[in-house]
Design a protein around this ligand. Structure first.
Ligand code: NI
Length: 210
């Protein structure tokens, strides 16, 4: 008869071998069958916690800026372009209304509009455009690689689309979410194209008051 101690040893060995086999099975399965992780470049996402405030761009006065220039403020960040026929003007009107609704709390929020069409949206063009909606909106542009990097940090999708009827023969397709970012750059929440200014303002007020 095998001693109790010997039995315990055998059981432990069996458990260890079982655990090892299970681990090998899981790793093999993951390597062989698990789907590819979602692509983050140019993917359409809507509020992943991976979104972060990181950019190196140029503001509408021609000054080079990064996220550090706005680190004492909450930020409402959205992407678009000044030649946008419909979605962007609506978004800028919404942001202007949100700023009005916020009253004095608006002092703690910087709305940031980042162009996805830097070829046409020079600092001067951006300055004229954003100030037509609300003087407090910051308009950022930059080189194409700078804009691509900023869009990647916010997981924003955009693409140039050939269109004969459009000015210069092209338009831009882009995602239209607005991102509420904390002073430290952390993602808080996002708003969609259909959200009403009063609702957005109420939500922002609630978050920044905490
Ligand atoms: Ni647009």
């Amino acid at each position: 008869m095998i001693s109790t101690r010997r039995t315990t040893q055998l059981v432990l060995w069996a458990l260890a071998a079982g655990a090892l086999l299970a681990a090998i099975a899981v790793v093999s399965y993951t390597l062989l069958f698990a789907p590819d992780p979602p692509k983050t470049v140019g993917a359409r996402t809507n509020g992943s916690p991976m979104i972060t405030t990181r950019f190196s761009l140029v503001d509408q006065t021609g000054k080079a800026v990064t996220e550090k220039d706005y680190q004492d403020k909450w930020k409402l960040v959205f992407f678009g372009f000044t030649h946008c026929p419909d979605v962007c003007p609506t978004a800028l009107n919404t942001v202007a209304s949100v700023m009005t609704s916020l009253g004095t709390s608006a002092d703690r929020l910087t709305p940031i509009f980042i162009t996805v069409d830097p070829t046409r949206d020079t600092p001067k063009v951006m300055a004229e455009y954003v100030s037509a909606f609300d003087k407090r909106i910051v308009g950022l542009t930059g080189t194409e690689p700078q804009v691509a990097k900023a869009a990647k940090a916010f997981r924003v999708y955009y693409a140039r689309v050939q269109q004969k009827s459009a000015r210069d023969g092209y338009t831009m397709s882009h995602s239209s979410f607005m991102y509420l970012m904390a002073p430290n750059g952390r993602f808080v929440t996002h708003f969609g194209h259909g959200d009403k200014p009063a609702d957005i303002a109420a939500k922002i007020e609630k978050v920044i008051r905490k």
